[in-house]
Design a protein around this ligand. Sequence first.
Ligand code: 5GP
Length: 128
Amino acid sequence: MPVPGLGPYDDANIFARILRGEIPCRKVYEDEHALAFHDINPQAPIHVLVIPKTPHVSFADFAATASAETVAGFFGAVATVARELGLEQPGYRILANMGHDAHQEVPHFHVHVFGGRKLGPMLPNPLP
Ligand code: 5GP
């Protein structure tokens, strides 16, 4: 079910529980700013989620309230994950769903990293 992209932050969301180690994940990368793990329902041969360690509901919340150091650290981690997955040479796509119309499902900001095949157009055409 899609969630609103604006607060309040729900500490019981599934990614908060993964961050606390209460639920397992297939980790691919971690540093002080971010955790990256394989999506449970991959939409491409490589489909990794990168999440900040700070409690932000969505991209909008992250952009509006995270410190400049946190934002830079997080997006640096996204780039590191893609590089370490070997995706820079073939290319990759990053995506963040924000709110209802984008069908955001988990109310903890996350960036999807897709790769491992040609990814086609940015959106299905026509939209379903
Ligand atoms: P959203 O629609 O919010 O941008 O994407 C949420 C993503 O989280 C989906 O691609 C979904 O498959 C993934 N997801 C949901 N629950 C879990 C989980 O418990 N573990 C992992 N690894 N991924 C999850």
